[in-house]
Design a protein around this ligand. Structure first.
Ligand code: ATP
Ligand code: MG
Ligand code: MG
Length: 380
C-alpha cells in the first residue's frame, strides 16, 4: 500500500525508511517541482499528484507551508492526516495562539501586529525585550526580530513594514510580538494519536539551539512533574485538533513551569533520537497512526542524544567507532547551515551517555557541533 507525503525532504525520507518494514511504500510530492518522487532515491515516479492521491491509503505532510490548492485536493480525498486544520494551525502563529488560548495551554504573552500602533502598544504592554515573528513564514529562527531597547523600535519597524507590504503568496501578512521569555532551558514533547483518539507520548526531550537552529537533543533526563505538564498540553492540543499522527510541541521551561513556544503538526527534528532510543520511532508511529495500524511503544529504552549535522559535506566516519552511535545521512547537497544529517548516541545511563558525548567531541569540532563536549561534562 502507498502513503503519500507532501514534501520530499529528510522527514519524508525517514518516514519512508521506517515504513518499509510495515510493507508500506512512501511516495513524496515535491511542491516546488510539482513531481511525485521516491524520497529515498529521488527517482521520479510516473504518477501525477492526482494518481498518487488515488493510489494511497493515507496522505500526510512533512511541513506546514503547503500550497492551498494541493492541501485542498488532499483534504477532499478524506485521507489527509493530521488534517487541514492542524496543518493550517501549525503554519500560522496567530491560529496557533488562538488554539492555545482555547485549549487553556499556557504560552508567552503576545500581541498581533498589522500596523505601527499595534507594535507600539505591544512594546508598552509586553515590555522589552520582545521577540517579533512573522505569523506564516519562518523556520529555524528565520523571519524574527529581537527588540531589545527603545532605540531598536524605528529600525525594526521599517523592516517589519517592508515585510507587511511586500506580500508573497501568503496572506494576510500579520506579525506577532511575544514577550522575551527568560527560560532556563528548552524542551519538547513528541506524541502520537491514532484514528480512535488513543495517544502515546514519548519522554520529554531537552533541546539546545544555536542561532535559532536545533543543534542537540537529549532524552531520558526528565522528572515526572515536568513530563506530566508536557503530556497534559499534548493531550489538550491533540484532542482539540482531533489530531491523527505525530504532533510535536516546543516549550520554554521557566523555573519548572512549561510555556508553549510553538507546535509542529508533523514528525520533528527533536524526535529524531526515537530512532534509537525507543522500540518504535516517531516516523514509524506516524506511519502506523495515519494508516490505521496499532501504535508502537513510546517508552525510552536507553538515554539517547541527537546531534544535528549542519552544512557539512559528510559525517566523520570516526564517530562510528563509539559504541552506541548511529549516523543518519539525508543525501542532500551541502549548503552552509543546511540540515545534512544527524548522529544518535545511546547509552545505559545518563552518566555513560555523558562519557560517550565526551568521546564524540574528539571527532566533532565545537565550531560545527556546538555543545557536545559541554553537555557530556554536565551528564557525568
Ligand atoms: P523552528 O525551526 O523550531 O520551527 P522557528 O523559526 O519556528 O523555529 P521559534 O521556535 O519560534 O522559531 O524560535 C526559535 C528560537 O528562538 C526558539 O527555539 C527560542 O530559542 C527563541 N525564542 C523564540 N521565541 C522566544 C520567546 N518568546 N522568548 C525567548 N526566546 C524565544
Ligand atoms: Mg517553527
Ligand atoms: Mg521552534
Amino acid at each position: 500500500m502507498n502513503i503519500l507525503v507532501l514534501g520530499s525532504g529528510q522527514l519524508a525520507r525517514m518516514m519512508s525508511l521506517s515504513a518499509t518494514h510495515l510493507d508500506l511504500h512512501v511516495l513524496a510530492y515535491d511542491v516546488s517541482t510539482k513531481k511525485v518522487v521516491n524520497p529515498v532515491t529521488g527517482q521520479l515516479s510516473e504518477q501525477s499528484l492526482s494518481q498518487a492521491i488515488a493510489s494511497s491509503c493515507a496522505i500526510t505532510a512533512e511541513f506546514e507551508h503547503i500550497p492551498h490548492d494541493v492541501l485542498e485536493q488532499c483534504s477532499l480525498s478524506g485521507k489527509f492526516y493530521p488534517g487541514a486544520q492542524a496543518i493550517a494551525t501549525g503554519g500560522d502563529r496567530a491560529k496557533e495562539k488562538a488554539l492555545l488560548d482555547k485549549a487553556a495551554v499556557k504560552c508567552a504573552p503576545y500581541k498581533l501586529i498589522t500596523e505601527k500602533q499595534h507594535f507600539l502598544d505591544a512594546v508598552e504592554q509586553l515590555a522589552l525585550p520582545m521577540v517579533v515573528k512573522t505569523c506564516q513564514a519562518g523556520y529555524d529562527g528565520k523571519g524574527q526580530w529581537r527588540v531589545k531597547s527603545v532605540e531598536d523600535i524605528e529600525s525594526i519597524w521599517l523592516e517589519m513594514a517592508e515585510f507587511l507590504s511586500t506580500g508573497t503568496t501568503l496572506s494576510p501578512h500579520s506579525i506577532i510580538a511575544e514577550k522575551m521569555i527568560p527560560f532556563d532551558r528548552e524542551v519538547s514533547i513528541i506524541g502520537v494519536r491514532d484514528r480512535n483518539g488513543q495517544c502515546k507520548i514519548y519522554p520529554l526531550t531537552e533541546n539546545q539551539h544555536t542561532d535559532g537552529v536545533l543543534t542537540l537533543s537529549i532524552a531520558g533526563k526528565e522528572k515526572n512533574d515536568i513530563q506530566q505538564q508536557a503530556e497534559d498540553a499534548f493531550n489538550a492540543l491533540a484532542n482539540s485538533l482531533n489530531y491523527v499522527g505525530v504532533l510535536a510541541i516546543e516549550f520554554f521551561d521557566v523555573q519548572g513551569e512549561l510555556l508553549v513556544n510553538e507546535i509542529a503538526p508533523r514528525v520533528h527534528n527533536s524526535g529524531h533520537w526515537t530512532q534509537q532510543g525507543c522500540h518504535t520511532s516517531q516516523f514509524e508511529n506516524h506511519m502506523r497512526a495515519i494508516s490505521g495500524l496499532p501504535l508502537g511503544s513510546t517508552t525510552l529504552i536507553r538515554p539517547t542524544a541527537m546531534i544535528n549535522v549542519l552544512g557539512q559535506q559528510s559525517i566523520p566516519s570516526t564517530v562510528l567507532t563509539v559504541d552506541g552511535v548511529t549516523s543518519h545521512w539525508y543525501g542532500k547537497t551541502a549548503k552552509p547551515g543546511r540540515k545534512m544529517g544527524h548522529i544518535n548516541v545511546s547509552a545505559n545511563s545518563l552518566h555513560e551517555l555523558g562519557e560517550k558525548l565526551g568521546e564524540l567531541a574528539e571527532f566533532l569540532p565545537e565550531e560545527y557541533y556546538p555543545g557536545v563536549l559541554a553537555t557530556g561534562h554536565q551528564l557525568i
